[in-house]
Write a new protein. Sequence first.
Length: 694
Amino acid sequence: MPPSSIANTPQPAPIQAQVRGACPHDCPDTCALITTVENGVATRVQGNPEHPHTDGVLCAKVSKYTERSYHPERILTPLKRTGPKGSGQFAPVGWDEALADIAQRLQSIAARAPEAILPYSYAGTMGLVQGESMDRRFFHRLGASQLDRTICASAGAEALVQTLGGKLGMKVEFFAESRLILIWGSNSIGSNLHFWRYAQQAKRNGARLVCIDPRKTETADKCHEHIQLRPGTDAALALALMHELIQNDWLDPDYITQYTLGWEQLRERALQWPPERAAEICGVPVEQIRQLAKDYGTTQPAAIRLNYGMQRVRGGGNAVRAVACLPALTGAWRHRAGGMLLSSSGQFPVQRGVLQRPDLMPERTPRTLNMVQIGDDLLRDTAPGFGPRVEALVVYNSNPVAVAPESGKVVRGFAREDLFTVVLEHFRTDTADYADYILPATTQLEHRDVHLAYGHTDVLLNRPAIAPVGQARSNAQIFRDLAARMGFTEPCFADSDEALCRQAFGDAVDYALLETQGFATLALPDAPFSEGGFPTPSGKCEFFSARLAAQGLDGLPDHLPNHELQGTDARYPLAMISPPARNFLNSTFVNVQSLRAIEGRPVLEMHPDDAAARGIADGAVVRVFNDRGSYQCHATVSRRARPGVVNGLGVWWRKLGLDGTNVNEVTSQALTDLGRAPTFYDCLVEVEACAVPA
């Protein structure tokens, strides 16, 4: 029963409890939560003040979590489709009927071609149990196609592996001691709030903050300087910084000699990138590049906070590699407040093999399909090198109809009447509308899970604060139930959620401490690479990667122009990036009324010059289009957009868009240079005023 209903009914004195938990969402901060429960109802979610990184503070989104868990549109029972695909017409059914039918359909397909079954999931929850345990066991045992989960971070992740040896870096708390912080490709105020608090502490202590971003973000507003470069030109900027470090001898030669590999090759490449060349490509003043290089080369300790926006272009992996070389050139790693951080997730000793049981797969490893290209793959028939047509899709922790690129194709694929689709969800999302069955899943307040982080180095335990709402079941329980219906008798399919939590880290983390405190801090050095010790094959920061060279790729980082380069197609003169709306998290929270009210409506930010050239006024309805499709939204004429670049803030549910579409109608399925990741920000469009308002 929602809190509003209880408020209207006389109640005895509440039985109150406070339950420790963790935020499940795709954010570097992985906050520790305290949920207040009265008479079995969650009444408040707040940050745990005892967790140093959370410090009692939550973002506006998660502080509204009870509004999401008790949302009036929450799915409370299994639903079976009764109308056409996409119509959103469903009728309630019992769990037994739903599970029996789903199991029968999957068994029938698996008997002919198990690879015709595809799981599709990502980071709707970042939990190791509800996100990547019993589900993986189920699909491994089934012999289903595997999913290449690349839609967010894999280009940057591969770049870090090739340069530093893994997804690791400086401890986030030591940014508070830095004297210079480059916030590169990150709107930290909206997407990394707790890092921003450390950056503000450094600023109060005299540090200089520089924001590098194509958009004039809320973070840029609060920094000392904003370098508003063109999308996809970050590697050019990084190489020009290297050029100036070399020319002015702002280097640490001892660190380079002892702890890096490939210096002479990198030096030769960097000297090909004078600031004038980079300034022309990046679209920023040459003196701004020179000054940034001087600041970075002469200030210690200097730190770089990367985020994933910069890698969503063709050359995103190379760009991250180039930036990751900078701290080794200046010896910034010698200091605990120097170096860089993109992701800390590689430092967690997760026993993924134990959780996921890849040994359950058949002798021949099933094919792997890339989640970025789901539109093409659902429309593809059997073909040499592809294998069987996808006949069944099980979607959980994701909303691909809204979030996958080139969504016109994604919609056509999901609309196939011969595609059997099961969706585990809390709400009737754009994807759920195309399901044959929707199975009600628990929210974070209703299940047990364990979490790592990619912005700090604490493990967190989430304990269920309330009983499942309605007939909801945890993801792990749903896959346990399906395994039983499929006749899978291996003992691992009987593991409880608590058993899975304990298996996630084994003896590497004190589970008793997680139970009592809610979090446990990994024992790691303050300055991890002060004396080298990189987990690369050479043990050094690898400016030159022999592993990439062995794949026929460039062993050195370089600037790779975008797939869709401005000036090459006069029909589409505007570059478009699609950063997240501040009050949503990907497509999560879009249906929380209080948060949607703050966002207002889907918008496209346009520079005044670009708007004036097209006769577009602030607030006008516009059509954004290219060869892939079009969508309508309202224009916001603002200098948050640089000339020649428009910012399509996302990701709104399609059904809430002006014409039933969203920004991903125009984005591309093309992949990045490294990591097989999407190129959402490598996109050319044109914009026109709508003749008739939508």
